[in-house]
Design a binder for this molecule. Structure first.
Ligand SMILES: Cc1cc2nc3c(=O)[nH]c(=O)nc-3n(C[C@H](O)[C@H](O)[C@H](O)COP(=O)(O)OP(=O)(O)OC[C@H]3O[C@@H](n4cnc5c(N)ncnc54)[C@H](O)[C@@H]3O)c2cc1C
Length: 355
């Protein structure tokens, strides 16, 4: 379908997001080809309308007033593979479901994605925040991506270094936010490779079950089971999964800052995970609970998940306004108690125009 055929007016966005909150897009179209994408961009530009590129809607908070421009949902499909002997290059269209791709690669015994099982959303969004979980990140396997540069109008090929990946971030979330629309992503996986079992919680889970030499499928199953317990896989029967996943990023601090925080708290129990010789990752969930916002905390029709303080959930009939209020409360409490400014993970859309 070309762009004009797909174009619709006043389309409710809430149902296209995992949080299930937010108003309507003034204009909306699904784009399944780069030609349709280009046509959509031109259409919005000629009308001076703001543009938003949507994937699976699992990492966005849409304002109650909606979005006053054109939302293009990336639906470019297709998966191609290139055999390199003990490695394989997998190129997927931005609109492919991420977890279906993971499932397929694990079934083929291709290592590199197994710990990223169960993460909702589409392929095109995985480079945006360098999607990661249970000790694995997109940046470890991504070799290149194809994107439309909205500044030059050219289709460009960027490699992993060009993407400037960091912990839950990349150039697409920082200096080049909203500049590139990702059309395809290529990953390099290891044929018959060993699974990555680096994350203590995953190691413990497998050890408890006596799985000493796990297969990729064992690790996928383990990750899915652990995630389900925390409502971190989308399950319509589990109201706690009506979220954007983690709402806050685990803060990374220097060893000196850590000492200062410990001193301030007069305790040693603060859980820390080393990221480098002089940097430590703190648990945002622990900080939030310590700051008095427990699991299951309610704020109007939203609240924290009953299984995880890091997730803000829509308990039914929630509004973006309530989400923002709860977010602000959490940020303030953690700042007051620990002097740590937590960063938020999701992307906020339509808030510039709302009251
Ligand atoms: C239950 C749950 C669990 C989650 N667990 C994790 C986790 O373990 N680890 C993790 O990292 N994330 C996690 N997330 C967050 C989310 O699933 C990921 O960030 C995912 O990659 C978002 O994909 P999406 O297609 O839904 O993107 P969307 O939410 O639609 O968009 C997110 C951002 O990416 C941009 N974008 C999307 N597609 C493109 C494209 N093709 N080109 C350019 N920009 C684009 C959008 O403009 C927006 O800025 C979780 C979310 C939920 C609801």
């Amino acid at each position: 379908m070309n762009f004009e055929e797909s174009l619709r007016e006043n389309v409710a966005l809430a149902a296209m997001t995992t949080l299930g909150i937010g108003g309507a897009a003034r204009y909306f179209a699904d784009v399944g080809t780069t030609e349709a994408l280009r046509a959509g961009i031109e259409w919005a530009r000629s009308r001076r309308l703001p543009l938003f590129v949507l994937g699976g809607g699992s990492n966005i908070v849409v304002a109650d007033s909606g979005f006053p421009g054109l939302v293009l949902r990336m639906s470019i499909g297709g998966i191609e593979t290139r055999d390199l002997g003990d490695q394989v290059l997998v190129t997927a269209g931005a609109g492919e479901e991420w977890d279906s791709l993971v499932e397929r690669c694990v079934a083929n015994n291709w290592a590199g994605f197994e710990c990223l099982s169960g993460i909702p959303g589409r392929v095109g969004a995985t480079p945006i925040q360098n999607v990661g979980a249970y000790g694995q990140e997109t940046s470890e396997t991504l070799t290149s991506l194809q994107a439309l540069d909205l500044v030059t109008g050219n289709v460009v090929e960027l490699n992993a270094v060009d993407c400037e990946f960091g912990y839950r971030t990349s150039r697409f979330k920082t200096r080049d936010r909203d500049r590139f629309v990702i059309a395809r992503v290529t990953y390099r996986l290891t044929v018959n490779g060993k699974p990555a079992v680096r994350y203590p919680e995953l190691q413990g889970f497998l050890a408890e079950r006596g799985v000493n030499d796990p297969s990729l499928a064992d690790v996928r199953d383990a990750v899915l089971t652990i995630r389900r317990r925390k409502a971190m896989v989308i399950d319509p029967a589990d109201a706690d999964s009506r979220s954007v996943g983690s709402f806050f990023v685990n803060p990374v601090v220097t060893v000196d800052e850590l000492e200062r925080i410990r001193h301030r708290l007069a305790c040693e129990e603060l859980p820390v995970f080393p990221v480098s010789e002089d940097h430590m990752k703190l648990s945002a969930a622990w900080l939030i609970e310590r700051a008095g916002i427990q699991r299951g905390y309610a704020h109007g029709n939203v609240g924290t998940s009953t299984k995880h303080a890091l997730a803000i959930v829509n308990r039914g009939g929630g509004t973006a306004r309530e989400v923002i209020q709860l977010k602000e409360l959490i940020l303030r409490r953690v700042l007051d108690l620990f002097d740590i400014a937590l960063a938020t993970e999701p992307v906020f859309i339509g808030f510039e125009s709302s009251a």
